[in-house]
Design a protein around this ligand. Structure first.
Ligand code: FSX
Ligand code: SF4
Ligand code: F3S
Length: 394
C-alpha cells in the first residue's frame, strides 16, 4: 500500500535539496527519516512530518557546554561510522557555541556564546556535556573565569530546552564515582528542575539525533521517564532484546574471557554483564550507526551499565547483575539446546502463565543459573585435568 503521507512530498524540491546536502538520494533520505520516526515510536505517517522538518525547518540554535568529562560524547557523535549521522546532526542544528569544535578561542568564543544567547533568547537548546562540580562553590571547573556551576545556570535561564548528554551530565557519571572529591553532579540536580537526559558513556549519537529531530518536528522534546530519559530509547532493558538472550534462557554462559562459551558467543551474565539491570536501546539500534555487532555485548564484552545510575562506574564490573525482568523475549528464535541443559526461561514463562504464577519463571531462572554452576564445575574440572596433564608433560 502506498504511503499516503509521503505523496504530498512528491514534488517538494526541499526534500531533494536536503538529500543533496547530505549526499543521499531522495529515496535514502526518506528512508532515513522513516527510520527516525520509527525509532521515536511515532505513528504511521509521521515520517513525512519528520522529513519535512529535517528538510525545511529553521535549525534551532544550540549552545553546547563542556564540563567534567572526556569529550567522548562529542567524539562519538563525530566519529559515527555512518557519515550521514554526523552530517545530519550538524545539518539539523545550528551549533553556535561548542568549545571543542570552535576554531576561535578566548574572548572571541565567549562573545559568540553571549551573542547566540541574545539573538535566540528563549529559543535556543542548551546541551550540556560533562558533570558539574558543586563542592567548594564549584572551583574545580572554570571556563572563561566562570565556574561550571554559574555557567550552566546562566545559559539555562533563557533556553527553550535543556539536554544533558552523556552519563556525566545526566547524573554525575564517571567523575561522580565514590568518593566524588569534586561533588560532581548532573544538570537536573544543579538546576533543580527536570531536564532531558541522554545517558551513556558515551551516549548513542542516534538517540541525540532523534531527540533533536523530535524537537524540530514538534517544537518540543520527546516524552521522558522519571529520570528524564526519552522513553523511546530507555524504556527497555538491554537484556530484553539482547542477541545472546537465547543463551541466557537456555543456561549457557561464558565463564571466563576466551573460554569455550565465550568463543561460542554464549551469554555474558556470569562475566558481570549488567544488561539485566540497564535501561538502554544499545541491543536494538547497535552503536554509532556502524552496522551489526557494534555494541559492547556483540563484541564479547559484558555491558557495564554505563547508562544506568547506581550501576555504571559504581558496581564492580565482575559482580552479577540484579535480574530486573525475567520475562523472556519472544522475538528471537530459540537456539537448539545442547543435550542435558533441560528447561529454559521460555518454557518457564509459559508454565508460569498457565499456572498464573510469576514465581515459576523466577524459579526456572534460578534453575538455569544452577545449570550454569554445573557447567562452571565441569569447566573447573576440565582445567584441573589440563593442568595435571601439563605438569606431567613437563
Ligand atoms: Fe566522556 Fe561525555 Fe563518558 Fe561523560 O560522554 S564518554 S566521560 S558520559 O560526558 O565525554
Ligand atoms: Fe545479553 Fe548480558 Fe542479558 Fe546475557 S546477561 S542476555 S549478554 S544482556
Ligand atoms: Fe553502555 Fe551497556 Fe550500552 S556498557 S553502551 S549501556 S551495552
Amino acid at each position: 500500500m502506498a504511503n499516503t503521507s509521503l505523496i504530498k512530498l512528491e514534488h517538494d524540491t526541499r526534500i531533494d535539496a536536503a538529500a543533496e546536502r547530505l549526499s543521499m538520494t531522495r529515496r535514502e533520505f526518506l528512508q532515513f527519516c522513516a527510520a527516525l520516526a520509527a525509532t521515536l515510536g511515532l505513528p504511521q505517517g509521521a515520517d513525512a512530518a519528520v522529513a519535512e522538518a529535517v528538510a525545511a525547518k529553521k535549525r534551532p540554535s544550540v549552545i553546547w557546554l563542556h564540563f567534567q568529562e572526556c569529550t567522548g560524547c562529542t567524539e562519538s557523535m563525530l566519529r559515527a561510522e555512518h557519515p550521514t549521522l554526523e552530517k545530519l546532526i550538524l545539518d539539523v542544528i545550528s551549533l553556535d557555541y561548542h568549545e571543542t569544535l570552535f576554531a576561535a578561542a578566548g574572548h572571541q568564543v565567549e562573545a559568540a556564546r553571549l551573542q547566540a544567547m541574545k539573538e535566540n533568547k528563549g529559543k535556543y537548546v542548551l546541551v550540556v556535556e560533562g558533570a558539574i562540580p558543586t563542592k567548594d562553590n564549584g572551583v574545580y571547573c572554570k571556563i572563561g573565569g566562570k565556574t561550571a556551576l554559574d555557567l550552566v545556570k546562566e545559559c539555562a535561564a533563557d533556553a527553550a530546552a535543556v539536554v544533558a548528554i552523556g552519563s556525566c551530565a545526566s547524573w554525575g557519571g564517571m567523575p561522580s564515582t565514590s568518593p566524588n572529591p569534586t561533588g560532581a553532579s548532573g544538570v537536573a540536580k544543579v538546576l533543580g528542575k527536570p531536564v532531558v537526559t541522554i545517558p551513556g558513556c558515551p551516549p548513542n549519537p542516534y538517540n541525540f539525533l532523534s531527540t533533536v529531530v523530535h524537537f524540530l518536528t514538534f517544537g518540543k522534546l520527546p516524552e521522558i521517564d522519571q529520570l528524564g530519559r526519552p522513553k523511546f530509547a530507555y524504556s527497555r532493558l538491554i537484556h530484553e532484546n539482547c542477541e545472546r538472550r537465547a543463551h541466557f534462557d537456555a543456561g549457557r554462559f561464558a565463564l571466563e574471557f576466551g573460554d569455550e562459551g565465550h568463543r561460542k558467543g554464549y551469554c555474558l551474565y556470569k562475566l558481570g554483564c549488567k544488561g539485566p539491570e540497564t535501561y538502554a536501546n544499545c541491543s536494538v539500534i547497535q552503536f554509532g550507526d556502524a552496522g551489526a555487532s557494534t555494541w559492547p555485548v556483540a563484541c564479547g564484552h559484558p555491558c557495564i551499565g554505563c547508562t544506568e545510575q547506581g550501576v555504571g562506574f559504581q558496581k564492580p564490573i565482575h559482580t552479577l547483575a540484579k535480574l530486573k525482568n525475567i520475562e523472556p523475549n519472544i522475538q528471537f528464535p530459540r537456539i537448539n539446546e545442547e543435550k542435558g541443559l533441560g528447561a529454559n526461561l521460555g518454557s518457564a514463562a509459559v508454565l508460569a502463565a498457565v499456572a498464573g504464577a510469576a514465581a515459576g519463571g523466577a524459579a526456572m531462572a534460578a534453575r538455569n543459573l544452577g545449570l550454569s554452576h554445573q557447567a562452571e564445575q565441569m569447566e573447573e574440572a576440565r582445567k584441573a585435568g589440563q593442568q595435571a596433564k601439563d605438569s606431567t608433560e613437563v
